[in-house]
Design a protein around this ligand. Structure first.
Ligand code: ARG
Length: 458
């Protein structure tokens, strides 16, 4: 018999029982549910609502149940619908009336969001730690191959040469912002709904600040209706997970491209590659692809909850039971993706020669040649056109800008002198971009220090 069955004459069918149950999902919140109940019972006793003796029995009983769940001997029964009623009914069958007093001044409506908030806080912290690991892997690749040059692209066409370290650090900054978003999701969850009861508060003299402190919440939600029906904190977590998955997907897309025969910029270690069941020669970047693919799932989890929430009237509605599965899935998926990406980046082999070889193609010096003229007083638009002609000439001859003679340059403008060769050297082109945040070696060194400092603080 369900704990709420008093006013019912008939039970639900086996099918609807199963359909309405959330136990298969929310059993993962057992530790949070037990922590919430222990804090509630201690507070009830402190406020004189239940006796200290009952509170002690409840506490010991819950401790025992926690051990049973962890040992795998707890009698989970789908007829108990969710983790809250599962624990409470087993507790009551074990300790009698004291157990039946636990739910005084409480509803599953404030209980479930208390558990979910505690869970969200824990998962946000786990993800922050995994995010830091991945940033370490990227930073160490940037340090190891600091001066390596590769082509920078726009529109997937060769644009200007950049440092490999600069490229890696771009992802470090994305992940740095993801860390901040995860921290914001942690903060959003960090408020106590317990004591809101079903929707309106309760007539018992509950001390919501006491349970907040016991559970480690930094504040108490000031409106009981909002407290039981708000799931913004899960949306915040899902959004943080989605954005970070999107970043990982971009990183993996580049790794997939870089490991093709056409690029040959990197080789993934065997432990992060798979073979083909038919083509003996294949070495596929499956894990990078899988991380790229999993972003779709996580973004789907975010959209699913947003759509579930829209149009929900106050206060609790059963629709809210759909909140947990996607959030649990998104956090687990991102955690696994972080872990996989960390191993993949850590063990990825870089091929500086192949990168440099490609950087020599596609007239990457063109902007600097135009800047050379502009710095000698020619309006930049004019300089741009002149260099366009030089590129056209190279195209026709099938050579690079560095293969042109000084006469070829002078034929387009007599502002060109011997020192134009400096503008054609890739290392000099890169090094000259000394503006803050640019790809110049000195600027990237500064950036690297800044990224490491941010990492050490997180
Ligand atoms: N299993 C429910 C959930 O996950 C718990 C709250 C149910 N409350 C209710 N009045 N039906 O949302």
């Amino acid at each position: 018999m369900a704990l709420w069955s008093g006013r019912f004459e008939e039970g639900v069918s086996e099918f609807t029982q199963r359909f309405g149950a959330s136990l298969p999902v929310d059993k993962q919140l057992y530790a949070q549910d037990i922590a919430g109940s222990r804090a509630h019972a201690a507070m009830l006793a402190h406020q004189g609502v239940i006796s200290q003796e009952d509170a002690d029995k409840i506490d010991a009983g819950l401790e025992r149940i926690k051990g049973e769940i962890e040992a795998g001997s707890f009698p989970f029964d789908i007829n108990n619908e969710d983790i809250h009623m599962s624990i409470e009914s087993v507790l009551t069958s074990e300790i009698g009336d004291a157990g039946a007093r636990l739910h005084t001044g409480r509803s599953r409506n404030d209980q479930v969001c208390t558990d979910t908030r505690l869970f969200a806080k824990k998962r946000a912290r786990d993800l922050m730690a995994a995010n830091v690991e991945l940033r370490h892997a990227l930073v160490s690749q940037a340090e190891k191959h600091f001066d390596v040059i590769l082509p920078g692209y726009t529109h997937m066409q060769h644009a200007q040469p950049v440092l490999f370290s600069h490229h890696m650090l771009a992802y470090v900054w994305m992940l740095d912002r993801d860390f901040d978003r995860l921290r914001a999701a942690y903060d959003a969850a960090d408020a106590n709904p317990l004591g809101s009861a079903a929707l309106a508060g309760t007539t018992y003299p509950l001390d919501r600040f006491m349970t907040a402190e016991a559970l480690g919440f930094s504040r108490v939600i000031p409106n009981s209706l909002d407290a039981v029906s708000d799931r913004d904190f899960l949306l915040d977590l899902l959004y943080a997970c989605s954005v970070s998955c999107m970043h990982l997907s971009r990183l993996c897309e580049e790794i997939i491209l870089w490991s093709t025969a056409e690029f040959g910029f990197v080789t993934l270690s065997d432990s992060f590659s798979t073979g083909s069941s038919i083509m003996p020669q294949k070495k596929n970047p499956d894990f990078a692809e899988l991380i790229r693919g999993k972003s779709g799932r996580v973004i789907g989890d975010l959209v699913a909850l947003l759509v579930t929430m829209k149009s929900l009237p106050l206060a609790y509605n059963k629709d809210l039971q759909e909140d947990k599965e996607g959030a649990i899935d998104a956090a687990k998926t991102l955690e696994d993706c972080y872990r996989c990406a960390t191993g993949m980046i850590d063990t990825m082999e870089i091929h500086p020669d192949a990168m440099l070889e490609q950087a020599k193609k596609g007239y990457l010096a063109a902007t600097d040649v135009a800047d050379y003229l502009a710095k000698k007083g020619l309006p930049f638009r004019r300089a741009h056109e002149i260099v366009g002609h030089l590129v056209l000439l190279c195209d026709k001859r099938g050579c690079g800008l560095e293969d042109l003679s000084l006469e070829d340059f002078k034929a387009e403008s007599d502002l060109f002198e011997e020192d134009i060769t400096k503008c054609l050297d890739l290392a000099s082109i890169v090094a000259a971009r000394t503006t803050f945040g640019g790809t110049g070696n000195s600027a990237v060194k500064e950036q690297l220090d800044q990224a490491k400092e941010a990492l050490a603080a997180d």
